[in-house]
Ligand binder design. Structure first.
Ligand code: G6Q
Length: 550
């Protein structure tokens, strides 16, 4: 089947190549070339990518890199770092790379007459560091004069997933005397549980919202504020010592009742899902300390520099990006599993789900035309080895081929018994089994009864990347996040889409607002304004609500 891809020289060459390649066999490829692994292993900053277990030849990679060149990844990369308004549908620059630029680097929004945004970034970072240090050192006092013990970040989507993921990833670096909690869902059980057992006199709420208009966040923050004021016998002035805001919307913050002295700002050129390294990372900075936070920023920067400077054929984000395009467009595979063999990265797949799917889940190109062929993959995953005891069955023997990124570190934080050897042995065993499988003859040779041979045969040829790093440190985490940010960018450029807007999340938000009004209306008349399914569901809920509230 000829894949449905654009008709350009590099695409056409790839389509032809895919057809010629036919049934690629990893066993044969490794047998034919003893240098395959070393030729297909590349370093970038502290990360090593082995992509030799992919369904590609050296020619495939050259053609894929030619595709990236044809799409002008390098030109788009320069435009992004140069502050051009590549987020054209929102007329915004995309400058999250400025958030980790050293103070002596100058970057600017191209529409803003060259004003250096890196100075603003460092001003905010310095203020964040001063406040985080006071909180960590017990010098920031609550309304009744006690130091802070619990920090509760209230935010959702891009204002939650990054800090949640990173606080878990860097658990080994967090302060023992501080408990960091996260509330995102408008399900009251989320806030209810986060507040369970906390001493409000020693609790700091951080309201993280770029727009400061998000329904869920304002509902949670409003309730937290009400609880705090009630705790202090109706004394509104308590809010100042117990609330910080992270936002681009100073007016919204003030209207909510948080003093803008307690606000840490960022800018419209930071997308929500690209904001972990902005003020949105405040809860993380308090947990790990300013020095570790700055080390994470330096890690981001190290990967930015690799992305900027390494030749495309040895550039990790480019290689991972084009491999994704190969599977999505040429081989018709629709998902990507991310499988960290690093338990602290448990939330990394969920973080990448937003980064990738919100960025590249698009069907209209920047020129307004529908895309030709597929765009962003469905991203999912869980840490190994846990996943091995669950969904790996499908990876090995299912009817769907799932390309996967395996991530491992050479050194654990807690070097307990032989745990790390077992963990890494499992990682290597899985990628080996996925690549090479087990033939029917091999199964027979083990003396397996004939009627079970097919059941015990593994087809192999299941493609994986292996990413290896020395140790999960703040610096390494920054590199890892930036690697995937730039991978997503490369793919967005090749697909000709805008990776930086998110109109797809709007419709549901608008409909939800209308439905809230209908659900809460005193009018006992049945709801008829929707389809019959939605009307009936709303009616059922309204009846239960009337009974619940009396
Ligand atoms: C991210 C998205 C989205 C956003 C949330 C929260 O790129 O735009 O996940 O981060 O909707 O938005 P606020 O930070 O404005 O509350």
């Amino acid at each position: 089947m000829r894949p449905n891809v654009p008709d350009t020289p590099a695409w056409n060459a790839l389509v032809e190549h895919a057809e010629e390649l036919g049934e690629f066999d990893l066993r044969a490829a490794f047998a034919a070339d003893p240098e395959r692994a070393s030729a297909m292993t590349v370093d970038g900053a502290d990360l090593t990518l082995d992509y030799s277990k992919h369904l590609v030849t050296a020619d495939t990679m050259s053609l894929l890199v030619a595709l990236a060149t044809e799409a002008d990844v390098e030109g788009h990369r320069a435009a992004m770092f140069g502050g051009e308004h590549i987020n054209a549908t929102e007329d915004r620059a995309v400058l999250h790379t400025a958030l980790r630029a050293p103070a002596d680097v100058s970057m600017s929004d191209a529409a803003d007459s060259g004003e250096n945004v890196v100075d603003d970034v460092h001003d905010v970072l310095d203020r964040m560091a001063a406040t985080a240090t006071r909180i960590r050192d017990g010098e920031w006092l609550g309304h009744s004069g006690e130091s802070i013990r619990t920090v509760i970040n209230i935010g959702i989507g891009g204002s939650d997933l990054g800090p949640v993921m990173a606080t878990a990833a860097l658990a080994a670096f967090t302060a023992d005397h501080l408990d960091t909690r996260f509330v995102s869902n408008v399900d009251g059980d989320d806030l209810g549980e986060a507040l369970r057992g906390v001493d409000l006199a020693r609790t700091l709420f951080i309201v993280a919202s770029k727009t400061f208009t998000t329904q869920e966040t304002l509902a949670n923050a409003g309730e937290a504020r009400a609880r705090l004021v009630e705790y202090f016998d109706g004394d509104d002035s308590a809010v100042a010592a117990h609330f910080l805001a992270l936002s681009t919307n100073a007016e919204g913050v003030a209207a909510f009742g948080i003093d803008t002295d307690n606000m840490f700002g960022f800018w419209d050129w930071v997308g929500g899902r690209y904001s972990l390294d902005s003020a949105i990372g405040m809860s993380l900075m308090i947990a790990i300390g300013p020095e570790a936070f700055r080390a994470m920023l330096a890690g981001f920067r190290a990967m930015d520099e690799h992305f900027l400077n390494a030749p495309l054929e040895r550039n990790l984000p480019v290689l991972m990006g084009v491999l994704g395009v190969w599977y999505r467009n040429l081989l018709g595979l629709s998902t990507l599993a991310v499988l960290p063999y690093v338990n602290d990265l448990a939330r990394f797949p969920a973080y990448l789900q937003q980064l990738d799917m919100e960025s590249n889940g698009k069907r209209i190109r920047l020129d307004g035309e529908p895309v030709v062929g597929e765009t962003g993959p469905i991203v999912w995953g869980e840490p190994g080895t846990n996943g091995q005891h669950a969904f790996y069955q499908l990876l090995h023997q299912g009817t769907t081929v799932v390309p996967a990124d395996f991530i491992g570190v050479l050194q654990p934080h807690h070097d307990i018994g032989e745990h790390h050897d077992l963990l890494m042995a499992n990682l290597f065993a899985q990628t080996e089994a996925l690549a090479f499988g087990k033939t029917a003859d091999e199964v027979r040779a083990e003396g397996v009864a004939e009627h079970l041979v097919a059941h015990k045969t593994f087809p192999g040829n299941r493609p994986t990347s292996t990413l290896i790093a020395p140790k999960l440190s703040p610096h390494l985490l920054g590199q890892l996040v930036a690697l995937y940010e730039h991978k997503v960018f490369v793919q967005g450029v090749i697909w000709g889409i805008n990776s930086f807007d998110q109109w797809g999340v709007e419709l549901g938000k608008v409909l939800a607002k209308r439905l809230v009004a209908e659900i809460q209306a005193d009018d006992p008349a049945p709801v008829t304004s929707h389809d019959s399914s939605t009307n009936a569901l709303v009616e059922r809920y309204r009846a239960a609500r009337r009974a619940r509230l009396g």
